[in-house]
Design a protein around this ligand. Structure first.
Ligand SMILES: NC(=O)c1cnc(N)c2cc(Br)sc12
Length: 319
């Protein structure tokens, strides 16, 4: 096989492996057995061994780098990663709604309710559809570059289904079963167990050796697009649909609520459903759906006026 033929076959294998990875890790609906995925991966590794110039960073074989970092670089967030004000009861939610209604010129607005994933907030940057950088929230304006660790999360696409340049936000987390298994291994090794899945996810993503992060079965839900209005999106619901169209994993437990009464009903419905989830949540995020109204409401020094987090009490993890 000459370089031109190798390049053509490598591109075919990238497309196949990216699609199968998407089906398995994002849709949870694999269309081929693992053996087929492994066979194609071996074929690509063989081509890259024979033609090293084809072993590019976007290759599906390059999710886990071998280089151990000395430290994490700092990353400036051009669009600040905000934190949410908290609500703890129905009165807090009604106060929030009253503030929204008073601040908006018009009375017609709706909310989107989403599960508040108990993990680590991260930002992912793509250029022309290729994953170029991933970072932690940090203090909201400066985070740490953990690209090498985030690349190991199989539900994060290395190449989007459209060649867009954009930044997306989400929550990386450790599924409950992975957390239990990890602590069992740590216990056998006489190591300190992680207190909860959130700490385990944060500890895993702060490893300087990406092979450790790769071994921790981390996952992610994306829930925001920075500067979505510039991409022709007018509501948060449409942002989530765009994320899905691009190949990201989103959390489908979400509801558009026309009134705060609907929000309260949705929130109260989730309190006792948490144990059934395969991941931990610590509340429900409620956002004004219209991006124009979000802009009209603006933000305080660190939190948006157009969103609030209803917090549940800490969940007891079954060990
Ligand atoms: N769906 C969401 O907006 C969402 C889910 N889970 C989280 N931990 C967070 C945190 C912020 Br800040 S937003 C958000």
């Amino acid at each position: 096989m000459d370089l031109q033929a190798a390049e053509k076959r490598a591109q075919e294998l990238h497309n196949l492996l990216n699609q199968y990875n998407y089906e398995y890790y994002v849709l949870d609906q694999p269309s081929v057995p693992d053996s087929e995925y492994d066979r194609l991966t071996q074929e690509l590794l063989k081509i890259e061994e024979e033609f090293p110039e084809l072993q590019t960073s976007e290759s599906p074989t390059q999710r886990v780098g071998g280089q151990v970092l000395d430290a994490f670089k700092k990353v400036q967030h051009n669009v600040p990663m905000l934190s949410l004000a908290n609500a703890f009861n129905e009165d807090d939610l009604r106060d929030f709604d009253r503030r929204v209604r008073q601040a908006l010129d018009e009375n017609s607005y709706s909310y989107v309710c989403e599960l508040k994933i108990d993990g680590l907030a991260v930002s992912l940057k793509y250029e022309d559809g290729l994953f170029v950088q991933g970072s932690t929230r940090g203090d909201g304006t400066v985070g740490e570059d953990i690209s090498a660790n985030l690349r190991t999360i199989r539900s994060i696409p290395l190449r989007l289904r459209e060649p867009l340049t954009l930044e997306v936000r989400g929550e990386a987390f450790m599924p409950k079963q992975s957390f239990i298994a990890l602590n069992a291994i740590r216990d056998e090794k006489g190591e300190e167990p992680f207190a909860n899945p959130r700490n385990a996810a944060a500890g895993s993503l702060r490893q300087l050796d990406p092979r450790i992060a790769a071994s921790r079965n981390l996952d992610i839900f994306l829930y925001g697009v920075a500067e979505a209005e510039e991409l022709g999106v007018s509501t948060h619901s449409e942002s989530l649909e765009m994320l899905e169209r691009l190949g990201f994993k989103t959390n489908n437990e979400r509801k558009v609520c026309r009134t705060i009464d609907d929000v309260i009903q949705y929130v109260s419905g989730w309190a006792d459903k948490r144990p059934k989830l395969s991941y931990e949540i610590d509340g429900i995020v409620i956002k004004v759906n219209s991006l124009a109204q979000q802009k009209e409401l603006g933000t305080t020094a660190k939190s948006p006026r157009w969103a609030i987090a209803f917090k549940f009490p800490a969940e007891e993890v079954v060990t």
